[in-house]
Design a protein around this ligand. Structure first.
Ligand code: SF4
Ligand code: SF4
Ligand code: SF4
Length: 444
């Protein structure tokens, strides 16, 4: 399998880290660290740090550690030792160069996948500690350039990929027309008040994967769903600000998303195949906003497809024949427990399925999560070095197609497939469902 040799992470040229630290002073660092420790993180941080006994039992859980031949620097506990603990030990008195190393660890060497928490006898949430470190980096302005750019896009346009309002509407109309070649009665209803479902997606769909929108329009039509999509900002439910540590922007994005659903008076929100966006919309966003729950029920696409198939609203004409396996996305399978529903959907749609091992909540992260893929090309070799275990896991299945109901997983796994020469294809459920479902002409 391919290796990434001669790559030194500490020498990566990323202006978001290398240039930004030039503006720091030890006093500023100390001020920000104290603010986050004393005003934002409170008891949870202290409990985790005081409970950890440095046993290292969580190490084997981390794909970065296992993929790098058990290099101790990549054990979860080492990542905390070299960041948060170091700051606490020194009461925030560290040099700017140290902050650069800490930012590299927090943003590019941990995907906040939470697999390690399941193997810690005390359930310590290492990902939370790493996100606290990212918050400090954000307040110091030390964030990988590409990741910061996505946050800037959220702040300026309320979507992750600088999609303009007219571009959004044009893309929906274009996809409606495309879908009408398959089914003349397909519509993408915009801003329809009181619909049963608001369908919300992440910005890569209109930007680079528009056919997923047309596919969903066909699925909604065949299933007879009363649905709508927003015509205005608030349609994007992705949230890279959650991972860059800019919680103010994260809150703005989530608030607008939920206000849009409330304005349309929909009964529920169905979100597309994305893991982190679900986490942001259902968990992290509402908590930051001080809400106990989101104001309107939200289901992930996996749950939606499960209901459509279980209820017979979508029937399968002929199952997909390729040999498939699956990626269990951390945020929806480990975080939401959708692994069984995902298996049901795959069994209904596909003839030849080999499960991944380990699976469900024990599955390894794809290595792209937690904003790591959004750190961009400078850090791709880092991701590839951290995902050898993931490539081996896929290869063992012998499958030709990897089903990945998560955008970050999808892009990350495409990189893995290319880098490790696996010769596999990566597909969303949506792409398979639209091919195998009964359409009106089949229904007689
Ligand atoms: S990448 Fe996942 S398993 Fe590794 S330290 Fe981060 S949260 Fe833990
Ligand atoms: S986080 Fe848990 S498993 Fe990991 S070193 Fe600390 S106590 Fe041990
Ligand atoms: S990208 Fe996918 S596998 Fe990776 S952390 Fe996110 S949900 Fe998990």
């Amino acid at each position: 399998m391919a290796e990434v040799r001669g790559f030194d992470e500490s020498k990566v040229d990323d202006a978001g880290l290398n240039e930004s630290i030039k503006k720091l002073t030890p006093e500023k660092i100390q001020r920000v660290v104290q603010r986050v420790f004393n005003k934002e993180s409170a008891a949870r941080l202290q409990v985790y740090l005081n409970t950890c006994v440095h046993c290292g039992l969580c190490a084997e859980a981390c794909h970065t550690y296992v993929s790098r031949d058990h290099d101790p620097r990549f054990a979860p506990v080492s990542k905390v030792r070299d960041t948060i603990w170091e700051l606490i030990k020194n009461k925030g008195k560290v040099e700017p160069e140290k902050i650069k190393d800490m930012a590299r660890i927090a943003f590019t060497e941990c995907g906040a996948c939470r697999r390690c928490s399941m193997y810690c006898p005390f359930g310590i949430d290492i990902a939370y500690l790493i996100l606290v470190m990212r918050r400090i980096c954000n307040l110091l302005g030390v964030v990988p350039k590409y990741l910061q750019d996505t946050t800037n896009s959220h702040a300026a346009t309320m979507n992750q990929m600088w999609v303009h309002q007219d571009e959004w509407i044009d893309t929906l109309q274009w996809q409606e027309e495309e879908a009408q070649f398959e089914m003349p009665n397909v519509r993408i209803p915009l801003d329809k008040e009181g619909a049963d479902v608001m369908y919300s997606v992440i910005a890569p769909e209109p930007k680079i994967l528009a056919q997923l929108l047309g596919n969903m329009a066909q699925i909604m039509t065949v299933a007879g769903i009363d649905w709508t999509m927003p015509a205005t900002d608030g349609w994007d439910n992705s949230n890279m600000a959650m991972y860059s540590g800019d919680f103010e922007v994260m809150g703005r994005v989530e608030k607008l998303h939920w206000e849009t659903a409330a304005r349309l008076k929909v009964k529920k929100v169905v979100m597309g195949e994305c893991g982190h966006a679900f986490r942001g919309a259902v968990y992290d966003g509402p908590r930051w906003l001080g809400w106990q729950y989101p104001p309107i029920p939200m289901v992930h696409a996996i749950e939606f497809y499960y209901d459509l198939l279980k209820s017979g609203r979508i029937k399968v004409k002929e199952k997909y024949k390729e040999h498939v396996t699956v990626q269990d996305p951390c945020n929806t399978v480990r975080g939401r427990g959708l692994g069984h529903k995902l298996r049901y959907v795959i069994d209904q749609l596909c003839e030849n399925f080999t499960d991944i091992d380990p699976r469900f909540e024990h599955n390894y992260c794809c290595g792209a999560g937690g904003g790591t893929i959004n750190c961009g090309p400078p850090w791709k070799p880092t991701r590839m070095r951290s995902t050898r275990v993931k490539a081996e896991q896929f290869e063992r299945t012998g499958a030709g197609v990897i089903i990945t109901p998560c955008h970050n997983c999808h892009s990350g796994i495409e990189d893995i497939v290319g880098h490790y020469g696996l010769g596999m294809h990566v597909k969303f459920i949506n792409e398979i469902m639209v091919d195998v479902m009964e359409k009106p002409e089949d229904m007689g």
